[in-house]
Design a protein. Structure first.
Lengths: 244, 250
């Protein structure tokens, strides 16, 4: 479903992503991990067609995201970092806007919209202005817009950031539910989510892929078998590991 | 093709909604409906001219539009960038050209509403005398094109600026230069020191010169092409600038 091949992206002189490569098939949920500034969001923005890579290729299904950007973007549901959405719209209007822009209309649009609002569990908040909603509901509104057109590839940048434990549980359940017929990439800082949701883990740091394996292999990298220890041992700078 | 149009229509509707679900458009329309006749009555001395026409309204139109159109244009791209919604917009399967065109046409529709808000004055002159309604219509068409030109330039600067305030200031400045270029104050000052062709080119490029053709009802194809070119240039520049953010940064 997705092929990321030696992708490079620089901002000025800083190389944000340096030859990152991976493939993702339908049915896989990829946990995309890394410290802040590692390049996770940049990779996700490139997959979503929001940024163009300086080098390398990204294919969504049969479409190259640079050469056939719009065809590729039709196959993607993207939840950007911070879950931005139009403040003066209600979640229902926002999902309608995203679906209309994707060419949906009439009954098909209404059905897709109502299903997405229900799956994102917006409830009565679906009719309140997004600007007046709590962080959790804003995120759900953006999530509903990302899944509404039932895309075969979902790119979710920190979908549970700022949610309470119940909301996190709901989002994880939703990702698991959708995993059967989609390829899903989820970036997160919450390592407990990885075994709960992901079938595979990629850790990147300073723009480079450090590991690409299943969550159990990843956990076994640490002597304690804990994911956060495994993550720290991979990404903590050497100077901090050996205090002076 | 249909899909491309669906994207355009969705963005146009969203833009129109965002104007009319907040007080923005209403404040703007009210300000225009008040300011335009205020100029005509107080500065243009509408009643003292003793003529049944709208010459005094259109004489001050470029100056009014020069300030108010940048206010309408400044949010086009800068707000999307500020709020992070450009991320949503540019990840939709819609061409940036469609987005730019939709944003422009939505703002231009509000500008049309503002011009329509001055129609009571048109009705009034018909009540007071027998004006040349065709000439008034042509002048309104000119004002609409002029408003579009200021808007397109403002939206291009909104795409290039980091903030709405910067976009507004730059747009007013750009509109001022475009307007002032044809004034005798500028051309006479320059005629002593600058080559004649430069002074002529400057006068030629002035919106004031082109708009006066509409005011006097003697419109050439060149005048229409001039305004349409400014509009196409501004919309394209805004779209290209927004699209260029795909190459790096926000």
């Amino acid at each position: 479903m997705l092929t990321v091949d030696s992708v490079v992206k620089s901002f000025g002189r800083r190389k944000a992503v340096d030859r990152v490569s991976f493939e993702l098939a339908t049915g896989e949920v990829l946990g995309f991990l890394g410290p802040n500034g590692a390049g996770k969001s940049t990779v996700m923005r490139m997959i979503a067609g929001r940024l163009e890579p300086d080098a390398g290729r990204i294919r969504i299904g049969a479409h190259d995201i640079v050469q056939s950007r719009r065809a590729g973007q039709r196959l993607i549901g993207y939840l950007p970092e911070g879950a931005p959405a139009y403040r003066t719209m209600t979640p229902r209007e926002f999902v309608t806007f995203c679906l209309s822009a994707r060419g949906h209309s009439g009954t098909a649009l209404r059905k897709a919209r109502e299903l997405a609002l229900e799956r994102a569990r917006l409830g009565d908040a679906a009719n309140q202005q997004i600007g007046t909603l709590s962080k959790g509901y804003k995120r759900r509104a953006a999530l509903a817009a990302a899944i509404a057109h039932d895309p075969p590839l979902l790119v979710l940048d920190e979908p549970t950031d700022g949610l309470d434990p119940n909301q996190k549980h709901d989002v994880r359940a939703l990702v698991r539910e959708m995993a059967a017929d989609k390829a899903i990439i989820v970036s997160t800082h919450i390592l407990e989510e990885v075994p709960a949701v992901c079938s595979r883990v990629i850790v990147i740091d300073k723009g480079r892929t450090l590991i690409d394996e299943d969550p159990h292999e990843f956990a076994s990298r640490s002597r304690t078998g804990r994911l956060d220890d495994a993550f720290r041992s991979l990404t903590r700078p050497a100077v901090q590991e050996t205090p002076a | 093709m249909m899909r491309g149009f669906a994207g355009f229509l969705a963005v146009y509707r969203r833009e129109m909604r965002s104007w009319f679900t907040t007080p923005l458009a209403y404040v703007f329309l009210a300000a225009f409906a008040f300011a335009a006749p205020a100029f005509a009555f107080n500065v243009g001395r509408f009643f003292d001219t003793n003529r049944a026409d709208l010459a005094t309204l259109f004489a001050y139109m470029p100056w009014l539009l020069m300030i108010l159109m940048p206010a309408l244009a400044m949010r086009a791209w800068a707000e999307e960038r500020d709020r992070g919604t450009l991320e949503i917009l540019l990840s939709l399967p819609v061409s940036v050209g469609s987005i730019a065109a939709a944003k422009f046409l939505a703002a231009w529709s509000v500008a049309l509403g503002a011009l329509i808000a001055t129609f009571p004055l048109w009705i009034a002159v018909n009540y007071l005398g027998q004006p040349d309604n065709l000439a008034i219509f042509v002048a309104y068409a000119g004002a609409f094109l002029l408003a579009g030109s200021y808007l397109a330039i403002g939206q291009a600067l909104s795409a290039a600026s980091g903030s709405q305030v910067t976009a507004f200031v730059l747009s007013v400045l750009a509109s001022l230069i475009l307007t002032m270029a044809g004034l005798p104050l500028v051309t006479d000052t320059l005629s002593g020191s600058a080559p004649a062709f430069l002074v002529e080119a400057l006068a030629w490029s002035s919106v004031l010169e082109r708009f006066s053709a509409f005011e006097h009802g003697v419109v050439g194809l060149g005048d229409i092409v001039y305004f349409l070119s400014l509009i196409v240039f501004g919309v394209a520049a805004g779209g290209l600038q927004a699209g260029a953010s795909r190459e790096g940064g926000r």
